[in-house]
Design a protein around this ligand. Structure first.
Ligand code: ZN
Length: 314
């Protein structure tokens, strides 16, 4: 039995196509803040774009590797098939109207397990849910144009994993990641971190479909929160002792990370809350210019020249 448990979702990372379209959608339509413009540290010829609340706090973050011309992926088993954000109570109808007005393919608002939700696809086909979550005290980003603060997206709410089998994944979430079973409904189970609540929920659905195809419009990995390096180190040791294949601790500049796969194939990450996005630029200037980690600075010119231009309306 492990002794370390996450206190919520840290971020979700997905694959997108055209970077400018990605920025325009997430900042101008959904109203998130671009909190970091950097590159994929493992493939520095592509951007890594981070969106979140004002400071890009863990649990508010959705990040993308945008690749021009990337083929469209397909949801299926062994994948994170939905990413839900929390919006204020009573604002699902407002969001439905806003998304419709922007030409977004959006479904009619509905109620799922007692939660009001509106579901849509982003320009790359990624499934996003907005859930009216009571009791979410996060403030979101109130600087977005045309979005009143009392409608603003608060942060991540929950993610949905689609799996061929529910039990092996459930076993890892409960025994290795210290989560609690929040509820079960046939082929679907909800797991909670640190008591649950918005930003600390995982739904696992057992489905009888083909394996997914990871490409444009699909989630690449999901990260959980560890407060600091000491906790993550202990956690890594426990995973290794349990026979899980875990990477070394990697320096991601804004947090430290380890990666491993859950039994159904979804890539999990554990990321530290520190040091955060103000480590290399001031809060007011987040996302305005290309930031590189120290080990990529010597090749800044080549890297910048290979990236498509990106215009962000602050
Ligand atoms: Zn990540």
């Amino acid at each position: 039995m492990n002794t370390v448990a996450p206190h919520g979702l840290h971020h979700v990372t997905a694959i997108a196509g055209e970077p400018q379209r990605n920025v325009d959608f997430y900042t101008q339509v959904l109203g998130l803040r671009l909190v970091k413009r950097t590159v994929n540290f493992d493939a520095p010829d592509t951007y890594h774009l981070y969106y979140g609340d004002e400071a890009g706090q863990p649990s508010t973050l959705l990040t993308f590797f945008p690749w021009r011309g990337v083929p469209r992926g397909r949801n299926g088993t062994g994948m994170t098939t939905a990413t839900a954000f929390s919006v204020p109570e009573g604002s699902v109808g407002w969001w439905h109207q806003r998304l419709t007005a922007h030409g977004v393919p959006v479904e009619e608002p509905t109620s799922r397990a007692g939660e009001d939700v509106v579901s849509f696809r982003d320009p790359d086909g990624m499934v996003i849910d907005l859930v009216a979550a009571p009791g979410d005290v996060r403030s979101g980003w109130d600087g977005a144009a045309n979005i009143p603060a009392d409608r603003a997206v608060r942060g991540l709410h929950a993610i949905t994993l689609s799996e061929r089998l529910l039990d092996p994944t459930a076993e890892m979430l409960l025994a290795r990641l210290g989560m609690q079973l929040g509820g079960e409904d046939g082929a679907r189970a909800r797991f909670a971190m640190a008591g649950g609540g918005s930003g600390a929920l995982i739904d696992v659905a057992a489905v009888d479909t083909d394996r997914g195809l990871q490409a444009g419009g699909t989630v690449h990995h999901v990260a959980f929160r560890a407060p600091d390096l000491a906790t993550m180190t202990r956690w890594r040791d426990e995973l290794v002792d349990a026979g899980v294949q875990v990477t070394e601790i990697l320096d991601r500049q804004y947090f430290l990370s380890i990666y491993f796969r859950e039994p159904g194939g979804v890539l999990f990450e554990i990321a530290t809350d520190t040091p955060g996005f103000t480590v290399d630029e001031p809060l007011l200037e987040l996302g305005r210019s290309l930031k590189l980690p120290p080990w990529l600075e010597p090749t800044r010119e080549e890297i910048a020249a290979a990236l498509p231009p990106l215009e962000v309306i602050p």
